[in-house]
Write a protein that binds this ligand. Structure first.
Ligand code: SF4
Length: 55
């Protein structure tokens, strides 16, 4: 299961910079995780200021 970004996302981009496999990119109004690229490392979770990233 890849990590997911909820509507709490404020599109700050902090998670994208933290992802070691560049699985996070800017989507329509929020950032999105590419489920095929995500290795479930959890590095992005702690970077999110709004707690929008969940497993
Ligand atoms: Fe990237 Fe790791 Fe977050 Fe998956 S869990 S989106 S690989 S930082």
């Amino acid at each position: 299961m890849a990590h997911k970004i909820s509507d709490e996302c404020i599109a700050c981009g902090a998670c994208a910079a933290a992802c070691p496999v560049s699985a996070i990119s800017e989507g329509d109004g929020k950032y999105v995780v590419d489920a095929d690229a995500c290795i479930d490392c959890g590095a992005c979770e702690g970077e999110c200021p709004t707690g929008a990233i969940t497993e």
